[in-house]
Structure formats: C-alpha cells, structure tokens
Design a protein around this ligand. Sequence first.
Ligand SMILES: Cc1cc2nc3c(=O)[nH]c(=O)nc-3n(C[C@H](O)[C@H](O)[C@H](O)COP(=O)(O)OP(=O)(O)OC[C@H]3O[C@@H](n4cnc5c(N)ncnc54)[C@H](O)[C@@H]3O)c2cc1C
Length: 361
Amino acid sequence: MSEASASELTCEARLDLRHLPDYMDSIADRLQSFEADASHHGQRIDFRFAFGAASFDMERLVMRANAADRDGLARIKDLLATAVQVYARDENPEIVWTGDLANETRLAQFREMVVKDVRDLTLHMRRIRLAGEDLSRFAKFGGMHIRMLFPTREVPDPLWPILGGNGLPVWPADDRRPVARVYTIRALDVAKGIIDVDFLVHPGDSVGSSWAMQAAPGMKVGIMGPVGRPVRQAEWYVMGADETGLPALARLLETLPAETKGVAFVEIANDGERQEIANATGIELHWLTRDGVPAGEDKLLAEAVRSVAWPQGGSAFGWFAAEATAAKIVRVYWRGMLGLGRDETLAAAYWRRGAAGLMAG
Ligand SMILES: Cc1cc2nc3c(=O)[nH]c(=O)nc-3n(C[C@H](O)[C@H](O)[C@H](O)COP(=O)(O)OP(=O)(O)OC[C@H]3O[C@@H](n4cnc5c(N)ncnc54)[C@H](O)[C@@H]3O)c2cc1C
C-alpha cells in the first residue's frame, strides 16, 4: 500500500487466520466489485478505492486501511471486516483495529431520521420524505440503497446500533433491537438534509410496508448506508424491475448520461401504478402489467428482458431487480447462456415470495 500522507487517517488489524491466502481470491473479487483496483506485490495485495486504500499482507497476517477522511476510513474498515467475516467464517476471525478511529463508537453509516412528509404516488406506492443531518455520505461510495431500521409492535422504542472494535455494527439485545429491511434512496438532497423513499404497500404481515402504511410526520426511523454495489457505467443498458426495483430504476433513468441508450421494462400490478419518471436518457421505457396475476408469479418481466438482443459493439450492462425467481431466470440467462460476466450484469433478488426480510441481514 502506498505510504499514507500525514493528513491521512490510517489503521490496521491483525488477522490471526491460518488460511488467509485461501480466502484472498474471494476477498479480492468482492472488493473489486466495489470498484477497487487490485495490484499484487509478492505476498501483499493492495486495493485502491476512490475514497482511500487498503492492503492485505499475507506474510505478516495484517490488513491495513487509509483514507483522507473519517467516512472514507469507516467505509473501508467496514468493507474489509465484512469480507473477512464472510469468507473466513470457519476460522471465526477476531478483528481488532488499531490506529485512527480505533476507539470510535459512533457508527459512521447510521443516521436517525424523522418523517417529514407522506404522499401516495399511486394506490400502492407511498413516498416518504425523511429528514436528517449530515447526509453527504449517502451521495458517496456508489451505493443507491439503505438498510432501514424500524420500530415494531414488539419493539416500539428500539436502541440504535453502535460501532464495534472490529469495524462492524454492534446491535442491542433482541428486546430493543430494531428490525431491518432494505430500501432505495429514490432521491437525495444533501444540502436540505432530505431523503425520499418509495414504499410498495403490499399485502400480508410485514415490517416495512406496515410501517409505511401508518407513517406520519414526526415519527423516527434509523437508516444505515449507503449499501449496494455501484452500477457500472455503459453506453447501452437493458433493465428490468418490478415495483420494488422501480425506485432504483427510476433514479438510474433520471441520473445516467443523456446519450445512454437501451431498453427498460417495469412490471406493475395494473395501469394505475404507472408513475411519471423524468427519463433523462435515450433508454426506452416500457410498462408491463400483471392484470390480476399475483406479484412474483408472472414471468412477463423476465421474458421481456430475455427477449432483448445484446449489442455486438460498445459497452453494455444488464440490470435487473425483482422477485427472486424472476431474478434467477435472468441471472442464469445472462451469466450461464450468454456467458456475460459480473462486470456486465447485475440480476438481484429484491424480495422472495413467502420469505420475510430478504437481504436485510
Ligand atoms: C437492494 C434492495 C432495494 C430495495 N428497494 C426497495 C424500495 O425502494 N421500495 C420497496 O418497496 N421495496 C424495496 N425493496 C424490497 C423490500 O426490501 C422487500 O419487499 C421487503 O421484503 C419489504 O419488507 P416488508 O417488511 O414490507 O415485508 P417482509 O416482512 O419482508 O415480508 C412479509 C411478506 O410479504 C411478502 N412480500 C415482500 N415484498 C413483497 C412485494 N414486493 N410484493 C408482494 N409481497 C411481498 C414476503 O414474501 C412475505 O411473505 C428493495 C430490496 C432490495 C434488496
């Protein structure tokens, strides 16, 4: 890792892992999907992010991080610690960071937000405006989503998580622990301290949808993020989303460069669920209606996306966000049949029929 300058924040953690080299391919792959450039120097791998740098030294069994500011360092610590926890789980790694921010207990990625406004966009889509302080990090790091922490009937007055010595959140005991669900930042105004989230109000017992149904100005909710990998820049996109992916798809259409081309499909219950989207791109938008078929049972969206021919030249990206079965059909088609790589496609399950809290953990 290049020497940190005097103004930079730096830290390191020993990795008492017998098999660190065995995990390094997976760890490197994960970090690269967060747009890190990797370079190998003998027993050391360096990673350079837009917001700082990291290295894994397999000889000395240590990982290091440096960044220009607290948000950057906290982000890198979180990415490294999460990758180690995920891939070295069998060795039950104990991570203890030393150096800058080592005694910090404030969780950089957490904000308490207050409901400012509630507005129905359609019969089933409710926009909730949240206000909070210091939201600049939610415009950084390329992630479009947040983990929302809700009070529930069982835990009406939750305690929020704090930062642990390993760089990861420490949660309160179950009787005070909020319940998490993943949502998209539909719009963000850092200067005004405002985030808009569009909630699909769906049938059945739920946490996020139930909270949205009774949300009122003044109510408090926690958010953590941003989460999610950056969407790759490309000249051409094929996109597909159901109502849960619609907020992200709409945000992409409103923010990608004007010269971007492609085709996007959105699956909705019926024509009443159409929304105005200020599509700033040359991507053609098509609405598909289920017309009575229950959400998650219709194969229309996956079939529409599969029917689009991949362009021969130029850069292209496939982006899909919907129910798990549809996401799997599209992922298998893109990755398995067309042989496209992870840097060209992202087919994500945003919910699963019959399962609560998918991806919220
Ligand atoms: C990266 C990401 C971004 C997301 N962004 C958004 C967003 O901006 N807006 C949004 O509304 N959702 C979004 N989702 C989807 C949302 O997280 C899930 O729908 C989540 O399950 C909702 O939580 P809940 O508490 O309402 O329902 P849960 O308690 O999780 O589930 C209760 C029951 O409802 C069912 N259910 C869950 N979702 C749906 C649905 N869409 N339609 C029908 N039944 C359902 C479940 O299968 C289960 O049976 C996103 C998910 C991911 C992974």
